[in-house]
Design a protein around this ligand. Sequence first.
Ligand SMILES: Cc1cc2nc3c(=O)[nH]c(=O)nc-3n(C[C@H](O)[C@H](O)[C@H](O)COP(=O)(O)O)c2cc1C
Length: 214
Amino acid sequence: MPPPPRFTPEFRDDLATLLAWRRDVRRFRRDPVGEDVVAQLLAAAQLAPSVGNSQPWRFVRVRSAPLREALTRHVDGEAARAGGAMPDPGRRAAYAALKLHGLDHAPEVIAVFCDDETEIGGGLGAATMPQTREWSVVMAIHTLWLAARAKGLGLGWVSIADPAAVTALLDVPPAWNFIALLCLGEPEEPHVVPELERLGWQARLDGGANVSER
Ligand SMILES: Cc1cc2nc3c(=O)[nH]c(=O)nc-3n(C[C@H](O)[C@H](O)[C@H](O)COP(=O)(O)O)c2cc1C
């Protein structure tokens, strides 16, 4: 077995920088992401923790142009519906002005599902909380997100979709629960401030704001 690595102070600083610069990206350059890079990112995601080591993430690379167009149309429709349902006209207008995905132009689109019927891991840990399988998939996405940023790539998480519609469009097994559509590619511009904060929709809270003690 190799000796455990020693993480240097410089590495810790770099990690803090990576976390600060991760960003959700919706505007991409069109340069393709190399196949080797996609493979490395998916391999990084595979290192994520999962309940019972069930590794229930299922990644579907959307390579077909008609499928990508169908997904884009679907998400645009759902976004319009969600925006239209907002009671406050000011908020509605602000929502309509947001860019909520890069599905139409990101070089890589990956749909992510959770296999709720996987036998891997023997169900360990998920008996009382089956949703832990989905949380495991989210861990894998976050791992991929950070690994992508470390390579100078941006990732955008798109959730404005009807799971049943995405599942049908991509023709995946019924036991696969839809978790996310991911857009991946080089960001048009790097930013340290979240887009929703820059556009005045919602700022990031201060560090301790979500922490309490009992
Ligand atoms: C579960 C989840 C779903 C999200 N869905 C969307 C989405 O549909 N469209 C979008 O533009 N951003 C989406 N985001 C990105 C958030 O808007 C973004 O993470 C948040 O504004 C903070 O910005 P940051 O990720 O750049 O720090 C999603 C993020 C998460 C974690």
